[in-house]
Ligand binder design. Structure first.
Ligand SMILES: [Mn+2]
Length: 484
């Protein structure tokens, strides 16, 4: 296998997956293809690996820091099975049954959760029942609905209030059973920021394979910025409930009340949900977010979190001993992991310009890898033109999974596939990291990403964009649109 390098990557024109983001409205109307059909032509062979067969834990695996971009052309096309979700859920029935009994035992948590988020003023028992009502939903059907109704642009799933009550409550219970640091085994696909870009999330599932066909670890920031935060987080929570061992959701800095109150999610809840339920449901989401794990360790070798490292983390136990729920973290190891950024200009630590967490240099990354006996730190939190960015001799990778971020940037999204199998599908004791980039169908985007003889655009020289720079761009756009 050839070593990945920026130049090798650029030379392979066939390495990009085109996302089904529609070029123009006309294109969409002309072809009259559903998004599912549209992307299925880009599906690639799943090979022999069965995502359900999770290899047993083998300690002391060494990670091959082999980072390459997949070549999708040449793979045989896979026939898409639309009823996949339902079929596999039947296999998982036994497992679900055992989980149900567990659910019964914690039904108290559930009613507590619901009652806590109720408004103070209730008019007797009837009102209370209305608030606590959870729909009896079939999760496989519920998840399928997200794929059936998908269309370009903002479109609502029109969840009912009892449906949301049910999904958030069940997801909260599932999160509550996980530690603050979770141990995961490969194979798994690691995804970065989603930020309410529901169509891109659905595309990614269709292109890579939906759970439980593939296993996913998300690094947080599901809500805010994009217009469909509610759909993103609800779909992912439903997946978490349906396949708790195939979908893992880490908490991002936007999964904090003080952040998503300001950056879009609360506004979206108030616009989309019935008036008398909006704030209550938003509050329920916050309680679920407080129960999300913060850190994941893949095969003891790849440490994953949303932001980055913390000077307060000496051992994994420093994270493990933080008990959930973690309400409104604003300092300490958990907060740092949600907010930190790598910095190419420094060797060690500096306070972050974001006003929360730290910036850390490459010496910190080498030191942490040595101390914790890990080979890679995988994080999200920063926009990358290519969808990913490596640093410190590939000991740190940033993964960003929102292509054409906010329709402001011509960036690709990416996902990292971690596998114990080599290119021929043979089991090994190594971990292989493969990057898959999703190039949005936007004028100039592919050219910029493939033909430009560098990985980063000038405005993103350090591989990321700060919140301030983002705000400036957003302002510039809103001035432009008001001028129109
Ligand atoms: Mn973030």
């Amino acid at each position: 296998m050839k070593e990945w390098s920026p130049s090798a990557k650029r030379d392979e024109r066939s390495t990009k997956v085109r996302s089904a983001r529609y070029k123009t409205r006309d294109d969409c109307q002309k072809t009259r293809r559903s998004m599912r059909e549209c992307v299925s032509v880009a599906m690639f062979s799943e090979g022999q690996s069965e995502s359900q067969n999770i290899p047993s834990l083998v300690s002391n695996r060494s990670v091959s820091k082999h980072v390459e971009v997949t070549c999708l052309e040449g793979y045989s096309q896979m026939k898409q099975e639309p009823s996949l979700v339902r079929e596999v859920s039947a296999i998982d029935k036994d497992k679900k049954k055992s989980r149900l009994s567990l659910k019964e035992t914690i039904s108290q948590i559930k009613s507590k959760l619901l009652r806590k988020s109720m408004p103070v003023q209730t008019n007797g028992k009837e009102e209370k029942d209305k608030f606590e009502k959870c729909a009896d939903i079939n999760y496989a059907d519920f998840v399928d609905r997200h794929y059936k109704d998908v269309k370009p642009g903002v479109h609502r799933m029109n969840y009912s209030v009892p449906e949301l009550n049910r999904v958030i409550t069940d997801a909260s219970i599932t999160f509550a059973q996980e530690g603050t640091l979770i141990d995961i085994e490969a194979p798994i696909i690691v995804c970065g920021d989603i930020h309410g870009q529901f169509n891109d999330l659905v595309n990614m599932f269709l292109l890579l394979g939906r759970p439980p066909q593939r296993r996913f670890l998300f690094l947080g920031d599901y809500v805010d910025r994009g217009a469909m935060s509610l759909e993103c987080i609800t779909l992912l929570m439903a997946y978490k409930v349906l396949y708790p061992d195939h979908v893992y959701l880490l908490r991002g800095n936007h999964e904090c009340a003080r952040v998503n109150k300001k950056y879009g999610f609360m506004d979206e809840c108030e616009t989309v949900l019935p008036k008398d339920h909006a704030v209550r449901i938003w509050t329920m989401f916050q309680r679920a977010f407080n129960l999300m794990p913060v850190c994941a360790l893949i095969n003891q070798k790849i440490l994953c979190m949303h932001g980055g490292l913390s000077p307060a983390m000496e051992t994994f136990d420093d994270v493990r001993r933080e008990t959930k729920p973690i309400r409104n973290p604003f300092k300490g190891v958990i907060n740092d992991m949600l907010w930190a950024d790598p910095d190419t200009n420094i060797d060690y630590w500096r306070t972050s310009s974001r006003g929360s967490g730290f910036s850390f240099g490459e010496e910190v990354i080498y030191e942490v890898c040595r101390k914790l006996n890990i080979d890679l730190v995988a994080r999200a939190h920063q926009l990358c033109v290519d969808g990913f960015w490596t640093f410190a001799d590939k000991h740190l990778i940033t993964i960003f999974s929102a292509p054409a971020y906010c329709n402001l940037f011509k960036n690709a999204g990416a996902a990292m596939e971690v596998s114990t199998q080599d290119e021929n599908g043979n089991e090994t004791n190594n971990l292989f990291c493969k990057l898959i980039a999703f190039v949005p169908w936007m004028r100039g985007c592919e050219e910029r990403i493939i033909n430009e003889r560098r990985l980063w655009g000038p405005e993103l020289e350090a591989g990321y964009i700060t919140d301030d720079a983002f705000k400036t761009l957003l302002q510039r756009r809103s001035t432009r649109s008001t001028q129109k």
